[in-house]
Design a binder for this molecule. Sequence first.
Ligand code: ADP
Length: 355
Amino acid sequence: LKYSEEQAKRKQLYNQIQETKGNIRVFCRCRPLSREESSNGCATVVDFDAAKDGDLGVLTGGSNKRTFKFDRVYTPKDGQVDVFADASPLVVSVLDGYNVCIFAYGQTGTGKTFTMEGPEHNRGVNYRTLEQLFSVARERSDAFTYNLSVSVLEVYNEQIRDLLATSPASKNRLEIKQTSEGSHHVPGIVEAKVDNINDVWSVLQAGSNARAVGSNNVNEHSSRSHCILCIMVKTKNLMNGECTKSKLWLVDLAGSERLAKTDAQGERLKEAQNINKSLSALGDVIYALATKSSHIPYRNSKLTHLLQDSLGGDSKTLMFVQISPSEHDLSETLSSLNFATRVRGVELGHARKQI
Ligand code: ADP
């Protein structure tokens, strides 16, 4: 009897958690101190004592400590495999017809690209996702056929660029249109069909080469633009002949750091304002979804407008908030953690009780 009571309690708790958290998950990942930071004797301000429970401690000066709550907390020791193990069920759900968005948010240099792209010998979420999708598609080939295609886009200064387009005319200033059924798309963007992981590799390469064109400093440019990989899935159920479409968006967001006041001039100021605008618009949309608001402000930025069909409804959202452990980055770290806390549906200042 005791066992069944306990089981009932667990089930109730599980249902409550589902209800509270909905379809939005926020995972926090902290990078290691860099070699330079270590050799300079840089102090660490994060503590991972309760990381297993999703708690992250931040030493904010003196003996003060703030604790932030997430669905997962990854320490610098956790690798790409650990991170992907948690993201994997979510990405696979695109093969069940769900739309999914995964974002990496944080200050430049905190590991957004490491998490999403990863180095060649230690790949991140993007590549592992496609590998997994091909593998699950193969396992299910008796019952379903899947057609996968990918687009690689960039949003820079509130303009969408198609990084797979070959002619300059079809590359820039693309517009979002609404179909008669109400779904959103960008007419004319390249959707490259991919049949296996080798196809994917060459498409991703083409995308990142195109990103470099026209910018003096590739790293700087990429930290100021949102880099988007969209995987489109067409599914045919071989039992009943039914066809469905779903999308998975993998987004490496522009750096969230605030610009020093003295740097804020000309083109840099405009870029900074656009980044600010689109990141807060994204935060507002996810917060409105998490708190089940009746109005979701999708139209406030190109990014949220573009992803509108995959944010909300029964779509699933995962945000990686990336942070640095260094004392020098404390104020940006707190700002990212505050953003991520709000995104989880907890308004700062009057946080409601979390399960
Ligand atoms: P961002 O995309 O946020 O600007 P990067 O992904 O370029 O940051 O990461 C900055 C540096 O930190 C890179 O040299 C990267 O290899 C390293 N790095 C980031 N996260 C990790 C990690 N979890 N483990 C090891 N190195 C990391």
